[in-house]
Design a protein around this ligand. Sequence first.
Ligand SMILES: *Cc1c(COP(=O)(O)O)cnc(C)c1O
Length: 427
Amino acid sequence: MFENSIKAYEDAKKVIPGGVDSPVRAFKSVGGTPPFIQKGEGAYLEDIDGNRYLDFVQSWGPLIFGHCDSDIENAVLETVKKGLSFGAPTVLETELASEIVDMYDNIDKVRFVSSGTEATMSAIRLARGVTGKNDILKFEGCYHGHSDSLLVQAGSGLATFGTPSSPGVPADFTKHTIVCEYNNIESLRKCFKESNDIACIIIEPIAGNMGLVPADEEFLKECRKLCDENNTLLILDEVMSGFRASLTGAHGVIETKGDIVTFGKVIGAGMPVGAFASNDEIMSHLSPEGEIYQAGTLSGNPVAMAAGLVSLKKLKANPSIYDELSAKALKLVNGLKEVASKNNVALQVNTRGSMFGFFFAEKEPKNFKEVSQFCDFDRFAKFHHEMLKKGFYFACSQYEVGFMSTVITEEEINRCIEAADEIMKNF
Ligand SMILES: *Cc1c(COP(=O)(O)O)cnc(C)c1O
């Protein structure tokens, strides 16, 4: 049933490293051949063998309205007809920025870029420029894109200066990155004892890159407190959770506020968009107003802005969408949990708005180490593969989360739970 994809994968591997343009797409952690996709339609993906899948990946988050939403499609088509890019200001940028400013009360200004990686990289430069400090603090298991200073792994201690996690990153670049354990206040405090040169903490307030692991409220409060006491800025990376966890992302479900917030994924609705945002004072340091340099030839691309704008307007006009998405996400994970326990399979589940996660584990992991230790990765690989064969497309790693979209129906969720039941019977 995967003949064409198998052939396409072989061909791709000849001209593209590993056959993919982003490593996770290669299905390495679950094995097998990644289906090559020829189109999306509503809640479904169709591969080049004609197999159809109910899509819980949503291009890794952006497609909250599913594939080919007609409003977004029309806005894109109309904008495309007027030219693809001008390298000059357009009112679309102001409109999209205004939508974001309007929804977040800690944000006055937004700068658009073309990816989440660019957003966090620029946010960190801004934090360093504003504070005049050099070190940054990140948490093991949080992903903020692939820029050099963020590709670090933790050492053996609770809080350590990172070492590069990829060849090609000089140790000199990561020596300013402190890596700390997520949801561990002791580790956090230790960092601030070891360095008085911390420009920012960067955190996914709802981690979605080690599976779904939300930060404890207490932990986030401690981040906020330590930042306030030490002239350190708090960057809440909402590239994934923004307009996903709620209409105001993680900010809508936690009490802590970030000094700088980063966005991506949903704000581009499937087009390449990222953004970083903050209050007037902090943003005034950014070039051309201030001296901290940051730029992009395609930044604020009109077609991408048009897609994001329609998407955010639709969300804002129908805030009950989030209740529906949350209810559907809950229905799915509760159903999975039920069939798992019926079949004596240990499963931990969680949701935050339209984000959902499940771990094949006896207890709920609270940080990256626990995800690695507690979870049964073989079981996940088997589950993933069997679900794929039954037409359900889940993220191909236990370190990823799932996404609910408006176009997935209750009936489809029921079918998914039934399919999971059949698979778990044979675990
Ligand atoms: C996806 C993601 C990024 C990186 O965004 P890209 O557009 O892939 O560069 C950064 N931070 C978080 C939290 C993400 O989920």
